[in-house]
Design a protein around this ligand. Structure first.
Ligand SMILES: [Zn+2]
Ligand SMILES: [Zn+2]
Length: 127
């Protein structure tokens, strides 16, 4: 069966192959969006790729992978979505974990410091 065209992935209209730009990197040898859609894309009247995928309701947390509303995320002006990638819950547990490891390190740093101090004192003593 020879297909005479394809459905444009943008406008979803079945069009002839001649209405798609050639693209050698594709299996079909044609672009996945039609020339018309490509024109709109090039003129910039079309939301940049990725922006359209932002859900107005919320997102899946990068950490716990649960879908949570935007108010469950901290504000991050640098990010594309305007929110952090991890939910507030994960942010706070992450902080606790960091604090725990930090205090553990401090506890551990004690004996090391004493040991180093003893060696230092001993070394000084030798001189
Ligand atoms: Zn199209
Ligand atoms: Zn989370």
């Amino acid at each position: 069966m020879v297909s005479t065209g394809r459905k444009c992935s943008r406008c979803n209209i079945l069009k002839e192959w001649s209405l798609f730009h050639r693209r050698n990197s594709n299996n079909s040898g044609r672009a996945s969006i039609c020339k018309e859609c490509k024109k709109i894309y090039n003129s910039g009247n079309y939301a940049p790729k990725g922006l359209a995928s932002i859900n107005p309701e919320g997102r899946n947390c990068k950490e716990c992978e649960e879908f949570k509303p935007w108010n469950e995320y901290g504000i991050a002006t640098q990010s594309r979505s305007g929110h952090k990638t991890r939910c507030k819950d994960c942010e706070s547990t992450g902080k606790i974990a960091t604090q725990n490891s930090r205090s553990a390190l401090l506890e551990y740093a004690g004996p090391i410091d004493t040991y180093a101090a003893q060696r230092f004192i001993l070394g000084m003593g030798r001189i």
